[in-house]
Structures are given as structure tokens and as C-alpha cells.
Design a protein around this ligand. Sequence first.
Ligand code: HEC
Length: 130
Amino acid sequence: MRTLALLALLSASSAFAASEADREKAFKADIAPLLEKSCANCHDPKKAKNGKVKSGFNSSSLADVIKGGTDDGVGITWGDASKSSLYKSVNMALTDPEHDDAMPPKKSQEKNPPLTKEQVAKIKAFIEAK
Ligand code: HEC
């Protein structure tokens, strides 16, 4: 009986594995609005000075966010926020706000509000959703 219940659970979880379409939908609904508000001034080619995004990191689409920038590796490693520069940069703003990698940069936070703990947790959950 217990084994059966476990099997049912396992197959249910694999049936809900995040598909590309699910991720695109969740990105548009939950993540893009945060990036638009706190990152776009420097990381969206439509808003950044001379159309050049900082450090090669383009926050304007999921495909670009996944790629990441020039120095800190991929933006998203599905299943592992600790290997995702998107997560590491916004989490750094909570844990070590003076750090160069903390995003948005501390000195720019008047115009680019840092994410709250809940919003950073949302980004982690998005990256690690199964
Ligand atoms: C005021 C401008 C500004 C804002 C706003 C900003 N960034 Fe940045 N970002 C930078 C600069 C400058 C760098 C390069 C930092 C360095 O090399 O020390 C950078 C680098 C990065 C990198 C590293 C890219 C790489 O691999 O080289 C990531 C990831 C990043 N930002 C994410 C974000 C996210 C996510 C937000 C919003 C929550 C954000 N940034 C908001 C200016 C900004």
C-alpha cells in the first residue's frame, strides 16, 4: 500500500515537470515585471544608455536571461539557483549589498528598487521548479 502511494506520487511529479511553455508563461507573469522595475534601466537594450546592456546581461527576455552576461556564467541553470547569475546577483543584494555583484547596485537603488526577500525567493522557486 505504501509502495503504491509512493509510486503514484513519483509519476504525478514527473507529469508536472516544467515545460518550456510553462517556464515562458511563469517568466512573463511573475519574473519579467520584477526585472522591468529593478533591472531594465541598465539591462534592457531599449532603456540602457546607447542600447548597450551592462556586462552583456540582457534582462528583456527569458532566452536572454538564461544566457547570462560576459563575466558571471549562465543566467539560469534550471534546478540550481546557486549556479544562476540571475539569482546570485539579486540574492547578493540581500546578503552583501556593498558587493560589486549585488544587483541592482547599491548606489543606483533610488531609481532601481532592490528586490524584497519574498521576490528573491520567487526567483529561486522559478529556477528550481520541477
Ligand atoms: C544602475 C545600473 C544597473 C541596474 C539597475 C542593475 N544592474 Fe546588473 N549590472 C550593472 C553593472 C554595472 C554590472 C557589471 C558589474 C561588475 O562587473 O562589477 C552588472 C552586472 C550584472 C550581472 C553579471 C553579468 C555577467 O555575467 O557579467 C547580472 C547577472 C546582473 N547585473 C543582473 C541584474 C539584475 C537581475 C538586476 C535587477 C534586479 C540588475 N542587474 C540591475 C548595472 C546594473
